[in-house]
Design a protein around this ligand. Structure first.
Ligand code: DAH
Length: 361
């Protein structure tokens, strides 16, 4: 016959084993052994049937107390173990947020890419969309649509690289000699009003300190019912002020000829060369910086735009030259020499994207 003393003994043993269990598996095994269907406490429960009512009352009550106690001890210990495991995991994965961030080595942004970002920010702020076009162009987009007469020497004047293959009409594709074909693409695709810039690689047969066979241009085009040279001048002045980060910029328009604009002008920016350094903005000297003009009616017609209703202005500049002027790089050829020491010196952090709010410099 099991006595209360036996129960006390059993309780001591079980609680000691709960205390000694050192992982969740051991605890679970112990729970099954004591409280499971075949467990020691359940076995004692089965004896109750053979007892007198009085015995059953006291023994049953004692057994229930024991069962509750052991259950509670196991549940409490399991919870404590889970909490300890979580603490260990948190400790192991702890991060010291006061340490300075580790900057991955991402290399440097090339000055040409930087200037493109700067220009996108500057013109974007003035409502210009950024358009794109391919490096390999049709003769039509690069020349014909832009009012270069067929077989006119002007095509050769651009020192064009022609591809060998001829299409059915006997025409050869070209490496675009300027970004102007992107104007054509935009006008053919989109109805006025148009307000766009495009930037990218251009190609001509040329090689010296200020010319490379591959270089970069930025071009702008505005088509609307009332556009004028005055608008052109104000847009260029605002853009150059923002780009060179100066309070004032003087511009001088000199008559020129481009097939795609009439009238056409070359634009000089005021500068100061005194003291051996070049300061862009104002001053007594001039520096030629871009070509521009009012879009020729033939170009509008070629692109499906009614020149009686619409007019436009356009401008084009060399991005590499803009970069050299702003960041003081003396030789154009260095820009494309793939020398990582040069890039380390002149490159920009990938973490600092230009924007008008924080300055584009
Ligand atoms: N396409 C010209 C060049 O490569 C630059 C230029 C001049 C572009 C006048 C224009 C423009 O859009 O209006 O020399």
């Amino acid at each position: 016959m099991t006595t209360n003393t036996d129960l006390e003994e059993l309780e001591r043993t079980l609680l000691a084993r709960v205390a000694a269990a050192n992982d969740e598996a051991a605890l679970e095994a112990l729970r099954v052994e004591a409280l499971g269907k075949q467990g020691s406490i359940s076995a004692l429960m089965k004896n109750l049937g053979a007892m007198s009512p009085d015995e059953r009352k006291t023994f049953g009550a004692a057994l229930n107390v024991l069962k509750d106690k052991v259950t509670e001890e196991i549940v409490t210990k399991k919870a404590a173990m889970a909490e300890a495991a979580l603490d260990r995991q948190l400790q192991a994965e702890a991060v010291d947020v006061t340490l300075p961030p580790v900057r991955p080595r991402l290399g440097a942004i090339h000055p040409v890419s930087q200037v493109m970002e700067e220009m996108a920010a500057i013109f974007g702020e003035m409502g210009f969309a950024v358009e794109e076009g391919p490096d390999i162009e049709t003769d039509f987009n690069n020349f014909t649509a832009l009012n270069f007469p067929k077989n006119h020497p002007a095509r050769e004047l651009q020192d064009t690289f022609f591809l060998n293959a001829r299409d059915e009409q006997g025409e050869r594709k070209v490496l675009r000699t300027h970004t102007s074909p992107v104007q054509v693409r935009t006008m053919l695709r989109q109805k006025p009003p148009i307000r766009m810039i495009c930037m990218g690689r251009t190609f001509r047969k040329d090689w010296d300190a200020t010319h490379t066979p591959m270089f970069h241009q930025i071009e702008g085009l505005v088509i609307d019912e009332t556009t004028s040279m005055a608008d052109l001048k104000s847009v260029l002045t605002a853009a150059l002020k923002a780009y060179f980060e100066v309070d004032d910029v003087k511009l001088r328009f000199r008559p020129h000829h481009f097939p795609f604009t009439e009238p056409s002008a070359e634009v000089d920016v005021g500068c100061d060369r005194s003291g051996g350094t070049l300061k862009i903005g104002t001053g007594d000297d001039w520096l030629e910086i871009l070509g521009s003009g009012m879009v020729h009616p033939n170009v509008l017609k070629n692109c499906g735009i009614d020149p009686e209703k619409y007019q436009g202005y356009a401008f084009g500049m060399g991005i590499d030259r803009l970069a050299m002027l702003k960041y003081g790089m003396p030789d154009l050829r260095d820009l494309f020499a793939n020398d990582t020491r040069w890039l380390k010196h002149y490159g920009f952090s990938p973490f600092l994207l230009p924007g008008l709010a924080q300055g584009v410099g």
